[in-house]
Design a protein around this ligand. Structure first.
Ligand code: ADE
Length: 274
């Protein structure tokens, strides 16, 4: 997979040389190219921003450097290859495991992390209509505002890279991820333990030492249901009834959840303060 990142802070992308992504690069599984947007400015101050039309606070990234940068990156592709362009922005659609899986199957991604109040809209509209671009996705990594899109690029690249064939040692290891698409129920993973068997007075749940695979799987499932019910109740509420077996239902009922007429579960009534 080829990844291009155009940014005014190339050094912010240094972590792409480390750990999982760094190893994938070293092994030739990922071709990462980081470009300095200021390379495509022509004034003495390498200006990339200007005041917003219509007024208001902050600055907007000028279209010309982005246009020249993206034209250069697009022209460097193998003939017939068109990238997806990913624009990190808090006003984008949510980055999900499902999107990470979809993007992991793409041959070429171009990231355009912005600073200030964002990029002049015409840049996004231009490349959304270009025949040499497969798609433009405006993506948010969460409902909070960062100072720029570079950290979101690091987040997205890590989520995508670990899904590439050959990057993780064990192919089964992401099949069971929380939020893996196609999973019947989206449950948070429960606790994990390793040696020593006792640490600061705390032992290991007996069942994990039992060697009984059926009981261990059931215990893990109950832990996942319990944790999800507590921390992400909406994931339980949206679970299709046929994704829950008899034991799952009993576990949820034990936690005070109740099945509605359609078989979906509803959380225990909250005490309302008078
Ligand atoms: N840029 C600033 N905040 C962001 C967010 N939450 N997601 C993606 N890009 C951003």
């Amino acid at each position: 997979m080829r990844l291009d990142v155009v940014t005014i802070f190339p050094e912010y992308l240094e972590p792409l040389n480390v750990s999982l992504v760094g190893k994938a690069r070293a092994r030739g599984l990922l071709d990462v190219r980081v470009h300095d947007l200021r390379h495509w400015t022509h004034d003495r101050h390498h200006t990339v921003d200007d005041t917003p039309y219509g007024g208001g606070p902050g600055m907007v990234m000028k279209p010309e450097p982005w246009g020249e940068a993206l034209d250069t990156v697009l022209a460097s592709g193998a003939p017939g290859h068109t990238p997806r362009i990913l624009v990190p922005t808090p006003s984008g659609s949510p980055f999900t495991q499902e999107l990470a899986e979809e993007l992991a199957a793409a041959p070429w991604l171009v990231f355009t992390p912005a600073r200030y109040e964002g990029i002049d809209r015409r840049v996004i509209d231009e490349y959304a209509h270009r025949p040499d671009v497969a798609a433009v996705h405006e993506i948010s990594i969460g409902d909070y505002v960062l100072a720029g899109g570079e950290a979101p690029v690091l987040v997205m690249v890590e989520a995508i890279a670990r899904l590439l064939p050959g990057v993780l040692g064990n192919a089964a290891s992401h099949r069971d991820d929380s939020f893996a698409p196609g999973a019947m129920a989206n449950l948070l993973e429960g606790p994990v333990y390793t040696k020593p068997p006792e640490w600061r007075g705390q032992g290991i749940p007996e069942v994990l030492l039992s060697g009984h695979h059926g009981n261990i799987a059931r215990w893990r499932r109950d832990q996942a249901l319990t944790r999800t019910a507590a921390l992400r109740p909406e994931l339980i509420e949206t679970t299709p009834p046929d994704a829950l077996d008899k034991h799952d239902r009993a576990t949820l009922e034990h936690l005070g959840w109740r099945a509605g007429a359609d078989g979906r579960f509803w959380p225990p009534e909250q005490d309302v303060e008078e």
